[in-house]
Design a protein around this ligand. Structure first.
Ligand code: MN
Length: 192
């Protein structure tokens, strides 16, 4: 599906619940597609014995991957935990590493976990009505620490590309877990 005119421009009724989600293409990520990404493998398996929950979904408009365009869309990250670890997106580097991204939080609360190739890590809050600038060269992953869906609008350089592989094989250095009822940043014991 691609009925947006990227050369002439277009207007879009941007209503996440109705119009936008009907015109954009949805991609769902279920727990079975994120096996091994949550630290607690046994907790993952236990959930999967009963169900395969949708962890997050994102909506894209099929922007051509060419320099000069801006791709945008929305992500809905559901609330929940696997073991003590909050639901999160897979996270990625951009293939063109030195490209940034803007996230505007439409609803919910959580954080963006970021790290670069040099091992510099940072976590910044995602709060309704606030914008987060993800700087160039940082892998980024959304984490939902609240109990409602975390909804964000994102914009990035259309030809930036997504590198999921580095994160899938190595994991993140930091995890966001619930500790005594509150979100806490801990070292990933399985980081290699
Ligand atoms: Mn990105």
């Amino acid at each position: 599906m691609n009925n947006f005119d990227w050369d002439k421009g277009f207007c879009l009724d941007f209503d996440l619940e109705t119009a936008f989600s009907k015109t954009a293409e949805a991609t769902k990520r279920r727990l079975s597609q994120m096996k091994g990404m949550f630290c607690d493998i046994r907790a993952t398996e236990k959930i999967l014995e009963k169900e395969d929950p949708v962890i997050y979904e994102f909506y894209e408009l099929g922007c051509p991957e060419r320099a000069g365009d801006l791709a945008f869309g929305t992500t809905i990250l559901y609330p929940g935990k696997v073991g003590s670890e909050y639901y999160m997106t897979k996270g990625h580097f951009h293939t063109i590493l030195d490209t940034s991204e803007v996230y505007y939080t439409l609803d919910g609360e959580g954080c963006m976990v970021m790290e670069n190739m040099e091992g510099d890590t940072m976590e910044r809050p995602l709060r309704k009505g606030e914008v987060l600038y993800v700087p160039r060269s940082y892998a980024h992953r959304m984490v939902n620490t609240g109990d409602t869906p975390l909804r964000t609008f994102f914009v990035f350089q259309a030809d930036a590309g997504h590198d999921y592989g580095t994160i899938e094989t190595k994991g993140y250095r930091k995890l966001i877990v619930e500790k005594d009822g509150n979100p806490a940043v801990v070292d990933n014991p399985r980081w290699i």
